[in-house]
Design a protein around this ligand. Sequence first.
Ligand code: MG
Length: 125
Amino acid sequence: MSDLIELQEIAREFIDKRDWRKFHTLKDLAMNCSIESNELMEIFLWRDLDFEKNIINGNDKKSLTMIKNEVSDIFFSCLAIADHLNFSLEDAYREKMSELNIRYDPDKVRGKLSKIPSPDKDSGR
Ligand SMILES: [Mg+2]
């Protein structure tokens, strides 16, 4: 069993022990994922680059803990969506990374910030 499958099972068990599945709709799970992402962004709101440098340099443990918590919340919501739709987040992630490796050929994009248009505008995110 992969670590990610085990983590997906931990999320499922957490939800089921609390009988929360009945409240889970795709809409609410997606909104939760977005809200948790916004909570991560809020940590950086109105902060200058020194704030980030202090976290990276290990001088702001409180903010690092806040970041870890929000990233974990985001991850949990991703696992919950995958579980709700009964797909493997590991497989989806591997497939997405394969797509990105093709779209962003290192020989073409190394060191560049320009965005490359998606080959399929309908699903190209
Ligand atoms: Mg949160």
